[in-house]
Design a protein around this ligand. Structure first.
Ligand code: DGL
Length: 270
């Protein structure tokens, strides 16, 4: 049993969608969250830059004595493949649990994957799905406009910008008759109502934050690392740029108010 915190990092605040799921599934766990708001977005950067940033982010979390590191970021998860080997604590990313959930969910063997340019370019989800089941067809699509659209708060199914963007990016995937779509980026769960409306209620939308939170809880349990406290866990939030506006932006992703509990860190020191 361990009261040490779970460390979660993301390129920015989008990873709070995963924190929301972790808190729902493991309410007694303490969480340290780092959002690299000073260097976001990662999704259009080279693999070498993303790797350098991700290692600094993970080192920052280790300085808080975390018992596990979770990369909530789809971009980091798909492009930084050696992170687990350089960390002294269990490391998980979103690819394996999300791909497994999609393979288990599909009935017609056609899975769509959407993510940032780096995520789709890496082919990480496609490779993992095909490793799990070589009979599945994977149709991928990068959706670079979705991140700014969510950050602007254009997430209602009535919002014309959101609707048109979803239609523009997903028409290719829809035309291929997928019955399951992986939302392979931290921000995309917020577009679920718009995406669901466009692709139809029969298409299953797989949330990478949720699947990863379920996987994290099983892994911690199997290693005897869950927190046995009955108190609600504490969350500490750190960012690499201005802390003003954090609460309002964070509340979009967490869907709850987290007060002013945020600190700025100089991530270049890690
Ligand atoms: N967090 C990133 C992801 O999940 C999206 C934002 C970015 O491009 O950095 O891929």
């Amino acid at each position: 049993m361990s009261s040490q915190a779970i460390g979660v990092f993301d390129s920015g605040l989008g990873g709070l969608t995963a924190v929301k799921q972790l808190r729902a599934i493991m309410p007694h766990e303490n969480i340290v969250y780092f959002g690299d708001t000073g260097r976001v977005p990662y999704g259009n950067r080279s693999a070498a830059t993303i790797s350098r940033y991700a290692k600094q982010d993970a080192r920052f979390l280790l300085s808080h004595n975390v018992k596990m590191v979770i990369a909530a970021c789809g971009t980091v998860s798909s492009t930084v493949l050696d992170l687990g080997q350089v960390l002294p604590v269990p490391y998980i990313n979103v690819i394996a649990p999300t791909a497994l959930a999609a393979v288990n969910a599909t009935k017609n063997g056609r899975i769509g994957v959407i993510g940032t340019r780096a995520t789709i370019g890496s082919g990480a989800y496609k490779k993992e799905i095909e490793r799990l089941d070589s009979g599945v067809t994977v149709i991928q699509r990068e959706c670079p406009l979705f991140v700014p659209i969510v950050e602007e708060g254009f997430i209602s199914p009535d919002d014309e910008i959101a609707r048109l963007s979803v239609e523009r990016y997903l028409c290719y995937i829809k035309a291929h008759g997928v019955d399951t779509i992986i939302l392979g980026c931290t921000h995309y769960p917020l577009l679920k109502p718009v995406i669901g409306q466009y692709v139809g209620a029969d298409v299953k939308l797989i949330d990478s934050g949720k699947e990863t939170a379920i996987y994290a809880s099983k892994l911690l349990e199997s290693r005897g690392l869950l927190n046995d406290s009955r108190n609600t866990g504490e969350c500490s939030f750190f960012v690499s740029d201005r802390t003003e506006d954090f609460t309002s932006t964070a509340s979009i992703f967490l869907n709850s108010n987290i007060g002013e509990n945020v600190e700025r860190v100089d991530i270049w020191n890690y």
